[in-house]
Write a protein that binds this ligand. Structure first.
Ligand code: FE2
Ligand code: FE2
Length: 207
């Protein structure tokens, strides 16, 4: 008796019902190609598992994962256009690679197009590519899940990052940022200064 009462209360209080998640999934699937959708679902699953581990809401983490790349399918021209419309400031790194704008744009679309009002979700989407110093556990979970989900191209640092993802979020951030900066440096790509700041922050914290 107690169990079923508990269940009913839990379902009523959860704003991310099965039905709502299904609708969001269908909607975002229309915006993304098959490969990106596979990644998206994997990020959602991974993020919800990490949320269970760290005492965050796994339904909310699933939804953030589901929507984190919702603006990724837009053409770069459209990204720049929309960024202008929404008054998003475009920095040098984003001018060099407009695809980076999908994080800022995604956080706006999550609100405007997908009806998300939860600031934790909106912020987690906003910072899922660059990170930022002093992130909340929820923001770190989405950033990390995006990197470690199993459909990503295998990388040397995955073992270390995946283990840390379920033991120490800040160490996972440090490992991933270190790898990302090394990769971008090798590629000669322009790095968003906030990514460097974020690395410095987590590197010093872990030292
Ligand atoms: Fe992304
Ligand atoms: Fe992603």
């Amino acid at each position: 008796m107690k169990t079923s009462e508990h269940k009913m209360v839990t379902q009523q209080e959860n704003p991310y019902s099965e039905e709502r998640i299904e609708k969001l999934t269908e909607k975002v699937a229309k915006q993304l190609d098959e490969k990106r959708m596979k990644h998206t679902l994997s990020v959602a699953h991974t993020a919800s598992c990490m949320a269970m581990r760290f005492g965050e809401d796994p339904y909310k983490a699933y939804v953030a994962g589901l929507l984190h790349d919702c603006a990724k399918g837009l053409k770069n021209k459209k990204k720049l256009e929309l960024a202008g419309e929404y008054g998003i400031e475009i920095n040098e790194a984003e001018k060099d690679n407009p695809d980076l704008l999908h994080a800022k744009l995604g956080s706006i679309l999550a609100k405007e197009e997908y009806g998300i009002e939860d600031e934790d979700i909106i912020s987690a989407i906003r910072y899922h590519t660059t990170g930022k110093p002093d992130m909340t556990p929820f923001e770190m979970i989405i950033y990390i899940a995006d990197f470690i989900e199993i459909h990503r191209k295998p990388l040397m640092i995955h073992d270390k990052a995946r283990k840390a993802a379920f033991t120490d979020l800040e160490e996972a951030m440090r490992v991933i940022l270190e790898g990302t900066l090394a990769y971008l440096g090798k590629k000669g790509a322009m790095v968003d200064p906030i990514t460097q700041e974020t690395y410095r922050y987590y590197n010093e914290k872990q030292a």
